[in-house]
Ligand binder design. Structure first.
Ligand SMILES: [Zn+2]
Length: 615
């Protein structure tokens, strides 16, 4: 089955790309744009930057020490998307593989001399993920041969050692290759890599061993810490090992780490990371909006982890966080034209960025860039969008569970369904039964959707009044289900209230005290100011019901605010100062994922409000 995660057991079974087809809509459009534009964009840049030439032996070698991994992520994207350029790129990669399976364009000749920063096992991890994707979408070919040879090399070299890699990802890659091939040593290798981490297995560094999760063994850690992408890739691999070895205690450990991290170390957008120096989590409640790091890859890694926990447990909380992160981080990471990307995703930008056509040499920036020296994010977006249908729904014991409300056709067991909706702009969702069948249809009702309703409308009476019970019933947040038998044309109609709402931060998040943000449905909104729009630096927003404006299929919002006078006595502290003085303005709020598409701008998600305006 064409699926990036195929556990052999769990509360839910994944539905792959062969069972879920996205139709035009919020995600279907993005998946199509990714297939038609973004994958080729990445391919062009990797050739232009010489990262593909490295595999042909072109010298001097170009790119960072881990640039091989970007080609592998792109190969994975191409596998999911059925891109015709895959065989040629795989052939180029294969040229650089050595006889014993070793493959790395940076360290060939001085292999395994730097486990802390060398990224050799990390690069294999992405190669192996690409190989598993190819096996599941096509079957055996040169790419899968190269990936298997590399995995066998890793098992021979590392099975009995004490070493591991400074950057996790090989753990989940090996488990997936085990699932795809049935070769037990891949799972055993992954298990050993998980257990040896934190003994410790790596050298101490100025960031501390917590940076690469080598400070304590996985089983003893209470929370995700250190470099966000490393932490979440590792946790994903730990879940995979726990599921395949039946280790419930290990699974519970990751669930507890996830729970504490979500409760105390996660930004409103689902983004993670509060420190730029080491791209890491901060302490509990350290969530500054301006210094929010929220790497796009961190959001993707969080979606990968939540998806695994969701399949293992069936717990709706994991789908909730995945949705928040998909709409507010994954969708933010790529421009509306599919050709430029955010690496970091702060929640407050004070200075408009300078437009840049070429490579962004830093991760920072208030505008999306076509490419970066470290281009993990564009390739990660490409492979994630290419496999996104697999995240939308799952199989349950007796039917289908729809986690994400987006236009799609879903076929599983005795059910063939079409989901029709304008979500996230509208709250009406219709699940239409396409063929006579049986089974339970469950649909997720998001946590914010109080007063949602579900109606069951038989094909025989599409316009009959919906008054009689039990045809319309309240749909509590969680999963709402209806059982067959079904006739072709039967419908379930879910109505979600889409009122904008003010959201307030926990008082322990010092950097946000006195502020509030606006959300509508699954979308976080932000004030964005371009050109002559009101400045966002000194204002007090009125926490009143936002006004909605609909146009071009997008809902924007508007709230009132009092601007400050901008006066400053040369010292930014003193007695309480009067607010206002700069006049009243109307602030335009755009969905956070759309910000930065109108040119250089300032932006803020959290708006200072007058006092504790929880009206
Ligand atoms: Zn990245």
């Amino acid at each position: 089955m064409a699926d990036p995660v195929l556990p052999s057991s769990g509360a839910l079974s994944p539905l792959g790309l062969d069972a879920v087809r996205l139709l035009p809509g919020f995600w279907g459009d993005r998946v199509a744009l990714n297939r038609e534009v973004t994958i080729d964009h990445c391919l062009e840049w990797e050739e232009r930057e010489g990262w593909i030439g490295n595999f042909r032996g072109e010298r001097p070698r170009r790119g960072r020490e881990f640039s091989d991994s970007e080609i592998y992520k792109l190969l994975e994207a191409m596998a999911w998307a059925g891109h015709p350029g895959l065989p040629a790129l795989a052939e180029t990669v294969a040229q650089a593989q050595e006889g014993d399976g070793y493959l790395n364009t940076r360290w060939s000749g001085s292999r395994y001399t730097d486990f802390e920063w060398g990224h050799e096992l990390y690069c294999y991890g992405h190669l192996i993920q690409a190989g598993a994707a190819r096996l599941r979408t096509y079957g055996e070919d040169l790419l899968t041969e190269v990936a298997v040879k590399a995995a066998d090399h890793v098992c021979r070299r590392f099975m009995d050692g004490t070493e591991t890699c400074g950057h996790p990802v090989i753990e989940m890659a090996l488990v997936e290759l085990y699932r795809a091939t049935g070769t037990g040593r891949y799972l055993e290798m992954a298990r050993r890599l998980v257990e040896r981490r934190g003994l410790p297995a790596l050298a101490d560094i100025p960031f501390g061993r917590g940076y690469y999760q080598d400070d304590v063994p996985v089983r003893q850690a209470q929370v995700f810490r250190g470099h966000v992408v490393r932490a979440l890739y590792l946790a994903s691999g730990v879940v995979d090992v726990a599921v395949e070895t039946g280790d419930q205690e290990l699974l519970k450990t990751v669930e507890a780490q996830w729970e504490r991290t979500v409760a105390r170390r996660t930004h409103l957008t689902g983004g993670m990371g509060s420190r730029h120096a080491d791209e890491s989590y901060g302490e509990d409640w350290e969530l500054p909006p301006d210094r929010a790091y929220n790497e796009t890859c961190g959001g993707i890694a969080s979606i990968m982890l939540s998806h695994r926990l969701l399949l293992a447990t069936g717990d709706v909380r994991y789908a909730e966080l995945a949705e928040r992160t998909m709409y507010n981080l994954l969708a933010t990471g790529v421009a509306l034209d599919g050709r430029s990307f955010f690496y970091v995703n702060p929640l407050h930008v004070r200075v408009p960025a300078t437009p840049l056509d070429g490579v962004n040499h830093a991760a920072e920036g208030g505008l999306r860039s076509p490419w970066f020296d470290v281009s993990c994010c564009p390739n990660n977006i490409a492979r994630t969008l290419a496999s996104l249908p697999a995240y939308v729904a799952a199989g349950s014991r007796d039917g289908v569970v729809i986690h994400h409300l987006t236009p799609a056709e879903i076929r599983h067991g005795g059910l063939a369904l079409r989901v029709e909706t304008g979500y996230p702009w509208t709250g009406s969702v219709t699940v239409r039964v396409l063929e006579d069948g049986a089974g339970r249809i469950a649909v997720r009702v998001p946590a914010w959707a109080a007063d949602a309703t579900l109606a069951r409308v038989p094909a025989s009476a599409p316009d009959a009044p919906l008054r009689e019970e039990p045809r319309v019933r309240p749909a509590e947040p969680g999963y709402v289900a209806a059982d067959g038998p079904w006739r072709a044309g039967d419908e379930l109609r879910l109505e979600l209230p889409m009122r904008p709402r003010w959201t307030f931060p926990d008082r322990r998040i010092d950097a946000l005290r006195g502020s509030a943000a606006v959300e509508r449905g699954p979308l976080v909104y932000c004030a964005e100011s371009v050109a002559d729009e009101p400045p966002l630096g000194d204002l007090i927003a009125h926490a009143e019901p936002p006004v909605e404006h609909e146009g071009d299929g997008v809902v924007e919002l508007e709230v009132g605010a009092a601007l400050g006078s901008g006066a400053n006595g040369g010292w930014p502290y003193g007695a309480p100062s009067a607010t206002g003085g700069g006049g009243d303005v109307r602030l335009r709020l755009v969905p956070y994922h759309r910000w930065g598409n109108r040119g250089p701008a300032t932006m803020r998600v959290w708006l200072p409000t007058s006092g504790d305006a929880r009206a």
